[in-house]
Unconditional design. Structure first.
Length: 275
């Protein structure tokens, strides 16, 4: 029996539109303007990918809020001008504009905001310590009252010094299932990935590998049952610690993100019944 302190889990997809979803996830003939409203009848959260490319218009944010029911939560990627182009330097104005716009969702619907960093070669940062020296001042300036998560793609930088800095600022380490990053079992054997009062899970997969097979995301083509079983275990143990879970599936993970979510939830329910 689960303890009363067990925290909630929210699972959705990364983006709510994709080539191949109409006629498989969305009913054939549905108008794109109705996609989000329909999506919100199936899932209670979504990770918005489009905000990575630019801060949306305030009217777009308001439209998202109006098309979803109470209790629905949006996770937003922070624009690449901050994480990639300026890499945290001289970006206060862009960051403030993004936060001010994101707040248009309202306190209840605005969930975690993700700082997704690329893989950095040694020309950009010679060491993880160099990156942390850049990161620390930015984290100190994060506005209170919001949830932030942070993802890196340099696996050798993932150590206790890195997680401790995130912990100091209540920023969640994004734990990812991605081609060259350590799996969740390996990662948890090395350190405690919980650095905030929530954890942020991303199922990303091997983008290059799967795009050699398809670029239409209408069906599952990679069997991820074994991997998702490990993620169920991680998420279950995390909620038992009173830590909230946000988890998002990308089409590149298995071929069809809604099916990935469905499989995870199937395994999740089995786990709960057997505990």
């Amino acid at each position: 029996m689960a303890p009363e302190t067990e925290s909630e889990i929210r699972v959705g997809t990364s983006a709510f539109t994709a080539a191949g979803w109409e006629g498989t996830f969305y009913p054939a003939g549905m108008q794109p303007r109705d996609f989000l409203t329909y999506y919100a009848t199936k899932f209670n959260t979504v990770e918005v990918d489009s905000t990575f490319y630019r801060t949306p218009a305030r009217s777009t944010i308001t439209g998202w809020a109006n098309k979803t029911p109470p209790g629905f939560v949006f996770a937003l990627k922070i624009p690449q001008v901050i994480t990639h182009e300026k890499c945290l330097e001289d970006c206060d104005e862009e960051f403030k504009t993004f936060i001010d716009t994101a707040e248009g969702l309202g306190k209840e619907k605005l969930g975690p905001m993700l700082l997704q960093f690329p893989y950095f070669n040694r020309a950009k940062f010679k060491t993880g310590a160099e990156f942390l020296a850049r990161l620390r001042p930015f984290l100190k300036k994060l506005p209170k009252g919001h949830q932030f998560a942070l993802e890196i793609r340099n696996k050798n930088w993932l150590d206790e010094k890195f997680t401790e800095i995130l912990r100091e600022h209540n920023v969640a380490l994004a734990v990812i299932d991605q081609a060259w990053m350590p799996g969740i079992t390996e990662l948890t054997s090395r350190l405690d990935p919980i650095t905030s009062n929530f954890t942020y899970v991303r199922w990303l997969g091997d983008r290059k590998g799967i795009e050699e097979q398809t670029k239409v995301w209408s069906k599952t083509i990679v069997d991820r049952r074994a991997a998702l079983s490990r993620w169920v275990d991680y998420c279950y143990q995390t909620t038992r610690r009173g830590i909230k879970v946000y988890a998002y599936a990308n089409n590149h993970y298995a071929g069809h993100a809604p099916a990935t979510v469905a499989l995870f939830l199937e395994l999740w329910e089995k786990q709960k019944k057997s505990s």
